[in-house]
Design a protein around this ligand. Structure first.
Ligand code: NDP
Length: 335
């Protein structure tokens, strides 16, 4: 892959300029550009600059409101609701997390229902933000059908990611964040672009055949991780990020989507728990025993560790040069 080096500030600025050019206001462009910068910083490349053409497409097509001004409301002491005003999710999330965290600290447990939003990012920024405030966080979003339920060959579920974060003493939080598809669609697209094969079981080709060729899978369908178990978890996400928050299923999102290449409208469910209220003052300290046992095993690492290590490097990041040319053109078109 030919690449160019960009500093984290240059990554932010390039993303911001593309979004502004496509009509986003400062607050929305800033929230998305910050999410993109943090993804590149942490090596979450499939949700970094790679996503900007999709974000821009949704602004250009008018599907996403680049001037959304989402305001969280406290529905009950333990329930926060936010109408996303059809904007990209990062601004709504940035405004909701503190209210959700305060609710969980007051009630011990609290939930957020985010609706009318377009989520095109990783989920770890929202769960990690809760864990950084001393809380346990869980989040899930659905998408548009790309994954066949176990036994089927037709897409019904989104890639439906889930993320969980646990606060730690003197360490970054423990965070996992994963698609319930065997592989996230962004990763399959990157493998196709870069000419890599993917593991068997990632998806089916257009005739319903198992294949390791990502280009064939892009014409076919993804599979859930872990067979019927992942299929069940993906169905849970459809329910929790759909009817539970007052939003639609992935297949319903697809019915109203304009296929501009960006994310459809959908919902997000986030749960926050104060472990000290639920499990007692010693709860977080006790959890450290499990982390040290786990990290004492040769060859085992904690989910999230890779990102947190990469984060310590504040230097430039290598970005695909074709992508950079495309983004520079998008940013200039806007001036
Ligand atoms: P990965 O399979 O790359 O990683 C999933 C999790 O497993 C991560 O927390 C990762 O931690 C951890 N992990 C990976 N390898 C190991 C290992 N050897 N030992 C221990 N832990 C490990 O993620 P996916 O490809 O499934 O998902 C990528 C991203 O796509 C996610 O951020 C997800 O939120 C996003 N996504 C977003 C969607 C949307 O609609 N907005 C839809 C689908 C996915 P680490 O990061 O430290 O490697």
């Amino acid at each position: 892959m030919n690449s160019v080096e960009l500093s984290l500030d240059e990554i932010y600025q390039l993303a911001f300029d593309c979004l502004k050019r496509a009509g986003a206001d400062d607050a929305n462009a800033d929230a998305v550009a910050d999410t993109v910068k943090r993804a590149e910083r942490d090596g979450s490349v499939s949700h970094g600059l790679f996503r900007i053409p999709g974000y821009v497409a949704t602004l250009n097509s008018g599907k996403v409101n680049g001037n959304a001004d989402p305001q969280p409301e406290q529905v009950t002491p333990a329930m926060v609701r936010c109408h996303g005003q059809n904007g990209h999710a990062p601004l709504a999330l940035a405004r909701c997390i503190e209210m959700l965290a305060q609710s969980a600290k007051t009630c011990g447990i609290a939930a957020l229902s985010l609706t009318h939003s377009h989520h095109f990012a990783a989920l770890w920024p929202e769960t990690e933000a809760l864990a950084e405030r001393g809380l346990v966080g869980f989040a899930c979003v659905s998408y548009t059908p790309m994954v066949a339920p176990t036994g089927g060959t037709e897409a019904l579920f989104g890639t439906n990611p889930i993320s969980f974060a646990w606060p730690r003493q003197d360490h970054p939080p423990f965070v996992f964040d994963m698609a319930t598809a065997a592989m996230a669609m962004g990763e399959v697209q990157l493998a196709a672009r870069d000419g890599h094969q993917v593991p068997l079981g990632t998806g089916l080709g257009p005739e319903g055949e198992l294949t390791t060729d990502p280009k064939e899978i892009l014409k076919g369908v993804l599979l859930p991780f872990g067979g019927h178990k992942g299929s069940a978890i993906s169905l849970m996400v459809e329910l929790m990020a759909g009817p539970m928050v007052g939003e639609g299923f992935s297949f319903e999102a697809a019915e109203s989507n304009n296929d501009d290449g960006g994310p459809p409208q959908g919902g997000e469910f986030i749960l926050a728990i104060d472990p000290k209220i639920m499990g007692g003052e010693n709860c977080v300290e006790h959890a450290e025993k499990m982390f040290s046992k786990l990290q004492g095993i040769d060859g085992v690492r904690l989910p999230g560790e890779r990102r947190h290590k990469l984060r310590q490097d504040t230097g430039p990041r290598k970005v695909n040069s074709e992508l950079i040319s495309k983004l520079r053109a998008l940013a200039q078109n806007s001036q």
